[in-house]
Ligand binder design. Structure first.
Ligand code: TXA
Ligand code: MG
Length: 336
């Protein structure tokens, strides 16, 4: 019998095959996994997260062949273009990239919120790959957090947020990337980024050899299936109000207990916070991304009135970081 590297791997596999929920690590964030071909198992994901049923899930597979087996291109008018794009993208997997493609019939319709497309990716985490290979089933896995809260980047975050609603949490340590995968639609006229992530537009354009569009949420506002997390202006948000440092002016009235998250050791702020967390000693954006969600969680549980977060240019990895920060800081009369 094959020796698994993690003591809980065999049990995780058995639970998933029996239709239970298992949280597992990926390189981006922890996923709340279930058999993507089992309607009841997928329904349990939506229930555990309190996720609206019109927000579709990402399906994870261990290799390119099994990713392709979740796609149905037969009779699709753009089959050859989608096939060519998939072949071009193959070198980016395993990695933090999800593609939206026409869905194969054996994937539960609940995964795709009743739509004809499915988001697929091959995660770059040894434990996730081992789990996917052992299960021999595609796993639907959204981020393992209650809907609307910050995604989990370690096993403890999953335990705090979902606790007893998960049969098992496979602990693979902290996630290296720290923000969710880039979501790229291949079913639009031109490849379109629905959610920015560590695989940047520049990398996608070079890999595909064509222009890539960055989605504007306004263009899909009419759809009842959410085209992207961009449809939810507030997302990934702590309970404590968040303000972006660049919004501060000399007239801003700050409450008493303000915490700050800065990108590097030398970052200067125009006020003295009661708590100050540094994401990266030298302000490396990959480190900033890796540590951002854990820092937001830490300050969210510190009894503060406000969290102020440093910002960056929305380019490359900076675009993915700013996307999450803008959502975390979104304020509206209906959500606060
Ligand atoms: O990094 C990640 O992608 C993590 C890890 C666990 O893989 N997963 C993740 O899943 O972030 P989730 O469900 O939290 O975010 C997936 C996003 C959703 O907001 C959804 O709107 C979009 O992908 N999505 C999924 N299927 C789609 C589809 N068929 N068409 C358009 N967007 C889709
Ligand atoms: Mg999520």
């Amino acid at each position: 019998m094959k020796q698994h590297t993690h003591p809980d791997l065999l049990r995780a596999t058995e639970l998933l095959k029996a239709g239970a929920l298992v949280a597992f690590p990926t390189e981006t964030v922890y996923g709340l996994g279930a058999d993507a071909t089992n309607d009841l198992a997928v329904a349990a994901i939506f229930k555990a997260k309190g996720r609206p049923s019109n927000n579709p899930l990402i399906v994870h597979t261990p290799c390119f062949a099994s990713l392709c087996s979740c796609i149905d291109l037969s009779n699709h008018p753009d089959a050859s273009r989608i096939r060519a794009h998939l072949d071009a993208l193959q070198p980016l997997w395993p990695g933090p990239l999800s593609v939206v493609v026409p869905k194969a019939g054996h994937i539960s319709p609940l995964v795709s919120a009743g739509g004809s497309t499915v988001a697929l990716r091959i995660p770059a985490h040894p434990l996730a790959l081992e789990l996917l290979e052992a299960c021999e089933i595609p796993l639907a896995a959204p981020s393992a957090n209650p809907s609307m809260y910050i995604s989990p980047t370690c096993a403890d975050h999953v335990r705090q947020g979902l606790g007893d609603s998960v049969a098992l949490i496979l602990d693979g340590g902290p996630c290296a990337v720290g923000i969710e995968s880039t979501v790229l639609s291949l079913v639009t006229d031109k490849p379109t980024i629905l959610r920015p992530g560590a695989v940047t537009p520049e990398v996608l354009e070079t890999t595909l050899g064509c222009a890539v569009i960055t989605h504007s949420s306004a263009s899909s506002a009419a759809s009842s299936i959410l085209a992207s997390p961009g449809m939810l202006a507030k997302h990934y948000a702590p309970h404590t109000p968040v303000m972006l440092a660049h919004e501060l002016t000399k007239d801003t009235h700050l409450p008493t207990r303000v915490g700050a998250i800065v990108f590097h050791q030398g970052s200067l702020l125009p006020f003295t916070p009661v708590l100050r967390l540094v994401l990266s000693e030298r302000g490396e954006l990959t480190e900033v991304a890796a540590h951002l969600f854990a820092a937001l969680r830490e300050l969210d549980s510190a009894g503060l009135d406000l969290i102020v977060v440093e910002t960056c240019e929305p380019r490359g990895m900076g675009a993915a970081i700013m996307d999450r920060l803008v959502r975390a800081s979104f304020r509206s009369s209906t959500t606060r």
